[in-house]
Design a protein around this ligand. Structure first.
Ligand code: ARG
Length: 474
């Protein structure tokens, strides 16, 4: 009978059932499954910074001599210079970035290197490094989103008075302005930036000095390392500090929600760029041709932004499920926290950049948009509102009368304001010729001047306030 784990053959070399490509048996499997260096080498800058802060503190507290600390600190600079020049070497036996750096440090400075890890564990070390990395990712996302907002606001200012159909259920509903539509995305991105800012504020506590899980008996100064690394304060509970990945989840969830917004904007651009709409021409630089159909210009960048949002949401889900049910404190599952965060960060940065370019350089076909607004009976609500206002008809009845007018116009294949007064009066005698002023798309948008509404004057105010908030006014 074949046994999956053959205990007598613990080299595994001859076990075809599970040895497979691991010619050296279980030890090779352990080496590979344990190694995080292939991905956590991305933390090298943060790891060096954390170690330098730690060793400076050890010296100040008299835990290592000033001389050893200087040797170690200079050695860390030398390791950093090597990484910068040649990249981080990937030796699976050294497992991760922490051991890789310490081992290289020992080769460069000798036995003094052994004192660096005093009063520290890889558990508080990796928690510190990762917080520093995520903090930078948040700052980068924020800078990218600011640029996207600036592009949105600039285009919205140009098109504060450009009329297009507004949709509900993707059916023409009421005329709006393109500026108003673009400013809707400005608002979404404003909330995204605020979510990232919240995440950053909660993240900014230093786990360093929590050691393996219980703190340390050495007289360390956690305030000092916290300050040196730009944190607001040290974390208050060592068990929590080494096992907490909320900061990564906060980041991923903010990234996921942001990616949903980018995906919605991408989707609108895709729809608007399709020939039956023809509302927008995508920038050439963010489109591709077809290898077989010469007339085609495909919105691939927008489609990939839409696709990437699925992957970013997947990253958030992956880490949530990884963390679920882990007992305190550190467990090795937590090493799997990094790939989803790294993946989401690079997908998000690309998506933000692509949408910024698309918004900044798209050509809007405003004639076509206006035409579509005029064709879709988008001012039907204006007719109903007019009947309420000018003829004192209850709204429900006005709605009914308007329905009849739309039906007639549809049958004749004309717009509402192309029906004659006689035809309108046939439907309801209380209609008079003042109604035509209310039926144009221009009158319709101009009338929606309630706060937050689509009237061009309102949109200009929204744009002005946004420009001020973004520091675009000198
Ligand atoms: N490579 C590890 C990680 O990323 C570092 C922490 C290892 N700690 C431990 N107790 N084995 O999670």
């Amino acid at each position: 009978m074949a046994s999956v784990s053959n205990e007598r053959d613990n080299t595994g070399s001859s076990n075809q059932m599970w040895g497979g490509r691991f010619a050296d048996g279980p030890s090779a499997i352990m080496r590979e499954i344990n190694a995080s260096i292939p991905f956590d080498k991305a933390l090298w800058r943060q790891d060096i910074a954390g170690s330098k802060a730690h060793v400076a503190m050890l010296a100040q507290q008299g835990i290592v001599t000033a001389e050893d600390a200087a040797t170690i600190s200079d050695g860390l600079d030398a390791v950093a210079a090597e990484y910068e020049a040649d990249g981080v070497p990937e030796d699976w036996d050294l497992e991760d970035i922490h051991m890789t750096t310490e081992s290289r440090l020992a080769q460069i400075v000798g036995p003094a290197a052994g004192r660096l890890h005093t009063a520290r564990s890889r558990n508080d070390q990796v928690a510190t490094d990762f917080r520093l990395w995520v903090r930078e990712a948040i700052d980068q996302a924020d800078a990218g989103l600011l640029a996207l907002q600036q592009a949105l606001v600039t285009r919205a200012g140009e098109h504060a008075g450009s009329i297009m159909p507004g949709f509900t259920h993707l059916q023409t509903a009421q005329p709006v302005t393109l500026g108003h539509h673009l400013m809707a995305y400005y608002e979404m991105i404003r909330r995204d930036r605020s979510r990232f800012a919240d995440a950053r504020a909660r993240l900014n506590e230093s786990p360093l000095g929590s050691a393996a899980l219980a703190g340390t008996g050495f007289p360390i100064d956690r305030e000092m390392t916290s300050k040196a690394l730009g944190f607001d304060r040290p974390t208050a509970n060592s068990l929590d500090a080494v096992s907490d990945r909320d900061f990564a989840l906060d980041y991923l969830m903010a990234a996921a929600q942001c990616s949903l917004h980018l995906s919605r904007l991408a989707e609108e651009m895709i729809i608007w760029a399709s020939q039956p709409y023809g509302f927008v021409r995508m920038p050439d630089a963010l489109s591709t041709g077809s290898s077989i159909m010469p007339q085609k210009k495909n919105p691939d960048a927008a489609e990939l932004v839409r696709g990437h949002s699925g992957r970013i949401v997947g990253c958030a889900t992956a880490l949530m499920v990884t963390m679920k049910g882990l007992p305190l404190a550190y467990s090795k599952d937590m090493q799997d926290d990094k790939p989803p965060v790294f993946e989401a960060a690079s997908l998000l940065a690309l998506s933000i950049a692509a949408m910024t370019g698309m918004v900044a350089d798209a050509t809007f076909n405003t004639d076509r948009m206006r035409q579509a607004a005029e064709l879709g009976y988008a001012t039907a609500t204006d007719l109903a509102d007019w009947l309420v206002r000018e003829a004192d008809i209850p709204f429900r009845e006005a709605h009914h009368i308007t329905g009849a007018a739309v039906k007639l116009a549809e049958a004749q294949g004309v717009a509402l304001d192309q029906l004659s007064l006689a035809e309108l009066q046939q439907i309801d005698s209380r209609i008079d010729d003042r109604v035509f002023a209310a039926l144009s798309v221009d009158a319709s948008v101009a009338s929606r001047a309630s706060y937050g509404g689509t009237a061009p004057e309102r949109v200009r105010q929204q744009v002005a306030a946004a420009r001020m908030a973004l520091g675009m006014e000198e």
